[in-house]
Ligand binder design. Sequence first.
Ligand code: HPA
Ligand code: ZN
Length: 326
Amino acid sequence: TPTREFVTGLPKAELHLHLEGTLEPDLKLRLAQRNGIDIGQSTVEEVRATYAFDSLTSFLAVYYPAMEVLQTADDFYELADAYLARAAADGVKHVEMFFDPQAHTSRGVPFEAVVTGYHRAAAEAPAKHGIDAHLILCFLRDLSAESAAETLEASVPFRDKILGVGLDSDERDNPPQKFADVFARARELGYRLTMHCDIDQVGSIDNIRTVLDEIGVDRVDHGTNVVEDPALVDVVRDRGLGLTTCPISNSFVTDDMKATEIAGLLRSGVRVTVNSDDPAYFGGYVADNYVALAEAAGLTTEEVVQLARNSFEASWLGNSQRAAYL
Ligand code: HPA
Ligand code: ZN
């Protein structure tokens, strides 16, 4: 199994990272103070104690309320900039970062403050951190399709600042079909498409089939349950479709890293990638996720190198830029 130093030194792309999931306790406290918000916690230990959950639903119940400290474009900038510094230290060279505008606009924060703050950090990232950084707008699937459609239209003036769209939040009773029209419109607007198919959901395998056949995504976030249908694994491999897995996140929301499943997909030739999801909440950035998976699954050095290659191959870089990393 390769060492942590080896993993850190390997150039990597991170493709499944929620910016709101990078809110470390110290930054949360600093933003709360600056914005005059009483969050009910005053030390890092007290904030960390609230970061406790054992399922996707219980995680989301902690995650959304914590975002109240994010108010201004500067707050979003600082959050993204802190993540980019941390990612650079882990050897990340390219990142496609999710953000949840509806989690902010629903609290009265202007869409423009969210996008311009995050985008300023992304635009500075090549010179400041040596990272090429892009944004993926995620719709919250537990809100209505109408709300997603309104959010998509609100993004149009910022089209050049956003690479693609995704779908996150609670998958239960919110299947991909609910957003078929929104995603069709997003494709017309020129956005790349991805959707979460979370771990061990009711109907996970059906949802994976739907995102491939009906939505026509360019990538699948998590998607690890595809192992339940070997014929579908072949389809994913043959199309070269990226799966963005998140080992440490899996171990929080299901008590199982799914190392066997992820390693099996890798060894079947599927373009599987390793990512951190919500690192401030799950306690591991991307290098930690590579190391945890490598140890749990007994990955060889060659397999870890393949994971890093996959991360660029599954990215939405243009062909010539991608070639520079391979
Ligand atoms: N799944 C669904 N919603 C999320 C996730 C996730 O992995 N991370 C942040 N919001
Ligand atoms: Zn996620």
